[in-house]
Design a protein around this ligand. Sequence first.
Ligand code: NAD
Length: 264
Amino acid sequence: MGSSLFDLTGRVAAVSGAARGMGRAMALAFAEHGADLLLADLDAEGMGRTAEQIAGLGRRAACAACDVSDPGQVRDLFARLDREFGRIDVLGNVAGEGVVGRPEDLSVDQLKTTFQNLVVGRFAACQEAGRRMLKAGRGSIINIGSLASVTALGRGHVAYSMAMGAVAQMTRELSTEWAGRGVRVNAILPAQVVNPGLEQRMAADPALKARWLGAIPRGRMGRPEDIQGVAVWLASDSSSWVTGALIPMDGGNLAMNAGGTIGT
Ligand SMILES: NC(=O)c1ccc[n+]([C@@H]2O[C@H](COP(=O)([O-])OP(=O)(O)OC[C@H]3O[C@@H](n4cnc5c(N)ncnc54)[C@H](O)[C@@H]3O)[C@@H](O)[C@H]2O)c1
């Protein structure tokens, strides 16, 4: 159990993308600090493994197969939450993928898919969680944005950046509307955190990792566990005066050069 400053005992958190990566790391960290979890992901097997680990920590975890880009499925997810837990204190809005493509080639459908995944999906979950949290007069929503929420990346990220920029503004707008009623909304903006997609891209272009590291003063790529401290802090009462914030988790990338990766 964590120290009282970061204690989540008796709280219920819903986390999407919980089968692996940052969603999984976040869910485990919440459980370590006392929370029970509703996990959501497309990958039932991976989610089951996360749930087993949470049970091993003595906390309860329910798994919901859910495509977060479909607001109907997000509604069902929260109906399940009502039935099984009857409350929500924390939302970790993590899952959702972008489409990479050069601006001159990208189709409008690809742009729409990216917005459906990252903007509509995150908003639907914020709205469902927010309605419940407003009724309770308390809650913490954590959206995962990106460096691309606040700076351009190039390399075919136009759709992703447009969507992640919307996630930043959604965070600020929701915070502005809801903070006075007890619901805090913040975003974490990660730089490159190693995941299977990044590993594939590094394998395809052996120079890519060195180029990324050239823009990360901390000197290493991110790991999914890097999100744990900041997520527990945002979920807990220790951050009760922090809302509407966009918090870089980037090894110093934004401070160094506003996100650009030198030489790309
Ligand atoms: N890894 C990075 O470098 C990085 C940097 C900035 C932002 N992000 C964003 O953070 C989020 C998580 O990244 P990660 O690296 O932990 O990802 P990951 O690829 O390791 O894991 C993503 C998880 O989300 C699930 N998922 C994907 N689409 C889903 C959907 N529509 N509905 C339900 N589940 C879905 C996958 O099954 C998987 O378990 C993504 O939105 C990503 O864009 C990642």
